[in-house]
Ligand binder design. Structure first.
Ligand SMILES: Nc1ncnc2c1ncn2[C@@H]1O[C@H](COP(=O)(O)OP(=O)(O)OP(=O)(O)O)[C@@H](O)[C@H]1O
Length: 241
């Protein structure tokens, strides 16, 4: 737990609007949310309901049009662009839907990128463990363009986890994986969460994986319509009227 904060991410009445072909789209509407430190939360919902927008807002990749977001006790709107980028680099590991691997770096260099960006010595023990857990040992010297979508996705996951960030935000981290690999990734996320106390938010369409999370949020039209918390054997369910 960083700075003893029990709520790692707090969104207060946030709204995000886009314009599509001159028509307004409200991707996230008046959404409030608190994510507890050290918990794994899954977000699910139909395509276009605002999941990626929400994850991008919570990670400080784009600002809300209204409302505000606190991460680890810091209001993101009090940081300038450079401070926000620095904060993200140090605190959050992202897995993007599009993987965002750098094409001129090998798989291994891509995984170790968070260390080079932070000018830190790479943790090679953690690297080996992740490469093995994600079955990447045979492709570490390959360029991203030589790898399958599933391999690229697993590299993106390793890159997000390698520095053991306090927060992991993962957009469809199993979207391109077969069932067995998807289960393995979920197991790895769970292990990281338990070992390092990470706060993990993952977007998924896979309800079987989503149900393994500590908490499941269901979105519709930019709002959270269900908030299901697993507490030992008890399941607390909130449904928006
Ligand atoms: N940059 C953008 N410009 C215009 N509209 C956008 C932009 N990004 C998202 N949207 C719109 O905002 C809404 C929410 O999009 P978002 O990508 O957050 O949904 P999603 O639930 O993640 O979808 P998917 O499951 O397909 O990834 C959609 O109507 C989408 O078309």
């Amino acid at each position: 737990m960083l700075n003893g904060v029990e709520t790692m991410i707090k969104a207060c009445d946030i709204t995000k609007n886009y314009a599509r072909q001159s028509l307004p789209v409200q991707a996230v509407r008046h959404l409030s949310l608190e994510l507890e430190t050290g918990k794994l939360t899954a977000v699910t919902g139909k395509s276009g309901c605002g999941k990626t927008t929400l994850i991008n807002l919570l990670g400080g990749l784009c600002p809300p049009d209204a409302g505000h977001i606190e991460v680890n006790g810091i209001r993101l709107d009090t940081l300038n662009r450079r401070q926000r980028a620095d904060f993200r680099k140090k605190t959050i590991g992202f897995v993007f839907q599009s993987y965002d691997l750098l094409p001129h770096l090998t798989a291994k260099e891509n995984i170790l990128l968070p260390f080079s960006l932070n000018k830190e010595t790479p943790d090679l023990e953690c690297f080996s463990r992740l490469a093995e857990a994600l079955e990447l040992t045979d492709c570490l010297d390959a360029w991203p363009s030589q790898l399958s979508g599933g391999q690229q996705q697993r590299i993106a996951i390793a890159r997000a986890l390698i520095r053991k960030p306090a927060i992991v935000l993962a957009d469809e981290p199993t979207g391109n994986l077969d069932r067995k690999s998807g289960i393995r990734v979920m197991k790895l996320l769970r292990e990281c969460q338990q070992l390092f106390g990470q706060t993990i938010l993952l977007v998924t369409h896979d309800l079987d994986l989503a149900r393994q999370a500590d908490r499941l949020l269901v979105m519709e039209d930019g709002e959270i319509i269900q908030d299901i918390r697993k507490q030992a054997d008890v399941c607390e369910v909130f449904v928006k009227e």
